[in-house]
Design a protein around this ligand. Structure first.
Ligand code: PLP
Length: 428
């Protein structure tokens, strides 16, 4: 074993001693990543990976993009946080209002979880009603309200939520209604039956990897409007990824409120709630009555390092051809993976949209959380085989970066072919 491998082994052992479960709670703990550049990362032992984890999405232009690094270093030398307005944060908010159709005003926070928590609270403050409707399998962060029927192990009865975590007060479940994603009829009947107590509907426009059926988002928009309920798009993943204007631009459906994260922080902790001015007024003490005001403070909110990283990332994404390149890479990979699965007669399919997708080990049509649950053990095994072959990805997603090259795609398809062969050998 060389020195670097020994160092990685020691770090994994140290992590087991000092971190619950040996990790930060995110992905596989036996890999300790030391560096990243463009579409690749390196672990402490020096092993190189084509990286589709992309920090769980923020690194959409690639790791350590020279322009982002330069801007961040320049700001870091001038101070990293002030707890006061700063030029980069103000300019980032202005850029978001230019790009995102529903965003007339922006409130920064530090994580997508916080953004979703405040977006739901904002809907409640606005409508003076308590309930929120979400879709089974939809991810809206780690708050007590977000962790309802995100990944239920058993099929519950709609609209009763199943909490995803220990420690959530039972009373929270009473304020959340759950519907099946892509089932407009079910959503319609729940929204109209509960309109007197429902403040908002929160949805991932592309739920994890599942694209909306034609008419689903448009239908939600119409039904929420007809019932005087606010529509919240959780665009933490889709914002500046499906298109510069996010999923609301891509599908041409404009919500009342959206949340943004990942891409807008350029790899630093920054997320946002955005929406129409009269809704966002609840964050402004001077604009609403005292009992309608939403206190909201965060030590690092809008900090200048994250804001300039986000601004630079958006500047790079605005350049001609950026989204075409992301979609071209994603399509090439989706097609290549599908073709291998077909050729090897694997009972699996590629699900998603070009900037984010994965293999699901099931042949059923995937339209909601229940139909998206394939053979998860096979997926975990495939991910491990890919990791051995120099491809790093999340548990259930490939994220595409602008920095991924045709060579990255070719290396991935080679690794995928070999990983599938190994998978079939073990369980033909
Ligand atoms: C759709 C969606 N919403 C919210 C979040 C939470 O964001 P964060 O991890 O920044 O708290 C995530 C995280 O992956 C997400 O995918």
């Amino acid at each position: 074993m060389d020195k670097c491998e020994e160092e990685e082994r020691e770090l994994v052992a140290l992590a087991r001693r000092v971190l619950p479960g040996g990790g930060f709670g995110n992905v596989a703990h036996e890999t300790v990543i030391a560096a990243g550049r463009a579409g690749r990362v390196w672990d402490v032992s020096g092993k190189e990976y084509v990286d589709y984890l992309l920090g769980s999405g923020p690194m959409i232009v690639g790791h350590a993009h020279p322009e982002v690094v330069e801007a961040v270093c320049e700001q870091a030398a001038k101070g990293t946080t002030f707890f006061a307005n700063n030029p980069h944060g103000i300019r980032l908010a202005a850029e978001i209002t230019r790009a995102v159709a529903c965003a007339e005003k922006v409130r920064f926070v530090s994580s997508g979880s916080e953004a979703d928590l405040y977006a739901m609270r904002l809907a409640r403050a606005c409508k003076k009603r308590d309930k929120i409707l979400k879709f089974e399998g939809g991810y809206h962060g780690m708050s007590d309200y977000g962790l309802m029927s995100l990944a239920p192990k058993r099929a519950g009865n709609f609209p009763a939520p199943i909490p995803d975590s220990a420690g959530i007060p039972a009373s929270v479940g009473a304020e959340i209604l759950v519907a099946p994603y892509n089932d407009l009829e079910a959503a319609h009947s729940l929204i109209s039956a509960h309109r007197g107590e429902l403040a908002g509907v929160i949805v991932e426009p592309v739920q994890r990897l599942i694209p909306p059926k034609p008419g689903f988002l448009e239908g939600l928009r119409r039904i929420t409007r007809e019932n005087d309920v606010l529509l919240i798009f959780d665009e933490v993943v889709t914002g500046f990824r499906l298109a510069y204007g996010g999923a609301q631009a891509y599908y041409n459906v404009i919500p009342d409120i959206c949340t943004l994260g990942k891409a807008i922080g350029g790899g630093f902790p920054l997320a946002a709630v955005a929406g129409r001015a009269e809704i966002m007024a609840h964050f402004d003490k001077a604009a609403v009555a005292e009992d309608e005001f939403m206190t909201q403070i965060g030590t690092l909110s809008g900090n200048p390092v994250a804001a300039i990283a986000g601004l630079k990332t958006l500047e790079i994404l605005r350049r001609p051809g950026a989204y075409e390149a992301i979609f071209r890479t994603g399509m090439a990979l989706m097609e290549g993976l599908s073709e291998t699965l077909k050729r090897r007669r694997v009972a699996a399919q590629v699900v998603g949209v070009a900037p984010m997708f994965d293999v699901v080990f099931s042949q059923r049509e995937v339209t909601d959380y229940r139909s998206a649950r394939g053979e998860e053990a096979l997926q975990r095994r495939l991910n491990a085989l890919l990791r051995e072959r120099g491809v790093l990805k999340g548990e259930s997603k490939y994220y595409i970066a602008l920095a991924h090259t045709p060579e990255d795609v070719a290396a991935t398809l080679d690794a995928f072919g070999s990983a599938i062969a190994a998978l079939l050998e073990a369980a033909p």
